[in-house]
Design a protein around this ligand. Structure first.
Ligand SMILES: [Zn+2]
Length: 125
C-alpha cells in the first residue's frame, strides 16, 4: 500500500521508477518497419560466456558487452544474453532489439533484417 502510493506520487513527477523507461532512455533509436514478431528467451550467463556470445557484436575495440540479443529470423527467435547482475535498463535495451528497435538507421540489426528479407525474396518463386 505504501509502495503503491509512493509510486503514484512519483508518477505525477513524470515516471514511475524504471518501469517506465522509453526506448530512447536505454539507447535504441527507432523501430524497424515490418519487423516480425520473435519469441524471446532470456539467458543469464557468467562473464566468460557473455564475452564469448556478445563481444564479437561490440564494435568499439576493447569495449565489453553488457548483454546482447541474438536474432534468428528463420526460426523467429531472439535470444538475450545477460550477466546475472544486469540492470533493468540493459534488459529493456535487449528486449527492444528483439522487438525490432535499432540504435540508429541502418545499424546492425536493420542490416541483418534487410539481408534476410532479400534471402526470402529470392527463395519465393
Ligand atoms: Zn544495442
Amino acid at each position: 500500500m505504501w509502495f503503491k502510493s509512493m509510486c503514484a506520487s512519483v508518477l505525477l513527477l513524470g515516471g514511475c521508477a524504471s518501469f517506465d523507461l522509453q526506448p530512447a532512455d536505454v539507447g535504441v533509436a527507432y523501430k524497424i518497419e515490418h519487423f516480425p514478431a520473435l519469441t524471446q528467451t532470456i539467458v543469464y550467463v557468467d562473464e566468460v560466456r557473455l564475452s564469448k556470445e556478445c563481444d564479437p557484436h561490440v564494435k568499439r575495440v576493447g569495449a565489453k558487452a553488457l548483454g546482447c540479443a541474438r536474432v534468428n529470423f528463420d526460426k523467429k527467435t531472439c535470444t538475450i544474453f545477460l550477466k546475472e547482475d544486469s540492470t533493468q535498463s540493459t534488459l529493456l535495451h535487449e528486449q527492444w532489439h528483439c522487438e525490432g528497435w535499432d540504435h540508429r538507421e541502418g545499424d546492425a540489426l536493420h542490416q541483418g533484417f534487410l539481408r534476410w528479407q532479400e534471402k526470402i525474396k529470392k527463395q519465393s518463386p
